[in-house]
Design a protein around this ligand. Structure first.
Ligand SMILES: Nc1ncnc2c1ncn2[C@@H]1O[C@H](COP(=O)(O)OP(=O)(O)O)[C@@H](O)[C@H]1O
Ligand SMILES: [Mg+2]
Length: 240
């Protein structure tokens, strides 16, 4: 398998000195291209710190991070933002949609920054919204949609430009269980279509439905295992 992510002895220390918080404590981790991974841990365990690191939004205090063969610590800010724009789709718990823009305009926004022309943008945004089942909601504003629908818009925004990696930080944290299942189903579909999907959650029920689980506690990786193939993987198999 082709390695996507290689963290080697990575530490992240906030407020170095007396009140320091070791949010990541000597983390070693490999993730291959095309994996579906859940990173699970309690609140404060270091999940978001890890996601920010993986997504090149933050850099380690010490250790090495290689993303697809590139040493992240050696890249310039411009190179890092290029990687974020072109290779990673981010999904957050709070959706982070722009309130006064409708669904299709929200999805188009990052495409504007990529310099994609109006007509192509509209096409990509429309396709992404269709993919998350919101083809009929293109002109709705966030306030006119449920939480689950808003998160689907946020997923459409993250995938519109076709990034090979999806990073989702507690994407179901604000959602009821039915919407959570829908969001998980969409993420699974992205994985099945060949993307690498890294899902951060504090919810064990969600983690049980993801192929590989990495447990983090106090900034340390406590476990890393594969779930048995389950009914979600098989689609129509009912028995547990
Ligand atoms: N910017 C920051 N400054 C200081 N401490 C932080 C900062 N961000 C996170 N922390 C601390 O680092 C630890 C891990 O936080 P975080 O990665 O947000 O955990 P999680 O996402 O699992 O809830 C926590 O103790 C948190 O209080
Ligand atoms: Mg968090």
């Amino acid at each position: 398998m082709e390695t996507l992510i290689r963290l080697c002895d990575v530490c992240k220390v906030y407020n170095p000195g007396e009140n320091e918080v070791r949010a990541l404590d000597h983390v070693n981790l490999n993730i291959d291209v095309g994996e579906f991974v859940a990173i699970v841990g309690h609140s404060g365990s270091g999940k978001s710190t890890l996601m920010n690191m993986l997504g090149c939004l933050d850099t380690p205090t010490s250790g090495d991070y290689e993303l697809h063969g590139r040493e992240v610590l050696k890249l310039t800010d411009n190179e890092l933002s290029e990687i974020r724009n072109e290779e990673i789709g981010f999904i957050f718990q709070g959706f982070n949609l722009i309130a006064n823009l409708n669904a299709v305009d929200n999805v188009e926004l990052p495409l504007i920054y990529r310099g994609i022309g109006k007509k192509e943008r509209r096409k990509l945004a429309g396709e992404a919204l269709e993919k998350v089942g919101l083809g009929a909601r293109m002109n709705h504003k966030p306030s006119e949609m449920s939480g689950g629908q808003q998160q689907r818009v946020a997923i459409a925004r993250a995938i519109a430009s076709g990034p090979p990696v999806i990073l989702a930080d507690e994407p179901t944290g604000n959602l009821d269980s039915k919407s959570s299942r829908e969001i998980l189903g969409i993420l699974r579909g992205l994985y099945e279509s060949g993307r690498t999907v890294i899902l951060i959650t504090h919810d064990d029920d969600i983690a049980r439905q993801v192929k590989r689980v990495i447990r983090i506690e106090d900034g340390k990786i406590e476990a890393d295992y594969q779930n048995e193939e389950n009914e979600e993987d098989e689609g129509d198999v009912q028995e547990a």
